[in-house]
Design a protein around this ligand. Sequence first.
Ligand code: PMP
Length: 288
Amino acid sequence: MTTAYLNGEYLPLTEARISPMDRGFLFGDGIYEVIPCHQGKPIGFDAHMSRMREGLAALDIHSGMTPSDWLEVVTALLEKNTSFIPSGYIGVYLHVSRGADTRRFHAYPKDISPTLFAFAFELAPPPTPDINKVRPLKVSLAQDKRWQRCNIKSTSLLGNVMHYQHSHQTGLDETILYNASNEITEASSCNVFAVIDGKVVTPPLDHQLLPGITRQIALKALPEAGIECHERVLTLEELKGADEVWLTSASKEISPVVEIEGQMVADGRPGKRWLQALQAFNQVKFSA
Ligand code: PMP
């Protein structure tokens, strides 16, 4: 049985209990992170901590945890769960909700303690840097119906869940989202990149998308490897005509998309730029 962390204690995940009055449960009032770890090594730990700090500040939640406190939790969960996850690809989920109140009332209560929760789970193996061996992704498209604070990594994920289900129920891997102006925002649980005229394009950060840590690492690693990248508006039309499309996330790293709504991306095979990008990412990921 995997071991989890709850409010300062380590215990079997199945024995972890919180109050039904927890505002995370009632309102989705909380922040979370997923830190990918390979063979005991976290990827982008400091960047995940910065994003978590910003999310908590936006919600005025005070976790009382420092990055080194969280590193202790991550390290302990990796140690305690290694034997249950022999592949060594582990995601550590960190979660801070505002805590349990005595009544259900929308305004932030004063003087309640946040609920701190973390657990480890097996990540899908990262993409193989080989055009012939990587598992390429097939996706659908949908108009983005989520709220206007998608830059906050909030536990209120129903919009993302519904968008994900839209593709999952038809056997597809993800749903790429576009706004009312037909501009790509992101996917339900990933950021989106396209290759247009040999250049890598990804939508700029704003309230419409999560500042993905994999995106951040890629945007540093690719130019260092000589690959030109642009953070700019990416239209739905451009996406449909792109030479390559990729999705990025903690578990997918940089993964190639070969089909969008049943239409092949270019020749329907992972592209050369993708391979270069993944190789560049792999070179720096443990030092990012
Ligand atoms: N966008 C959304 C909506 C996400 O949930 C995620 C994380 N799964 C990402 C982008 C990618 O972020 P990261 O690279 O930090 O995993």
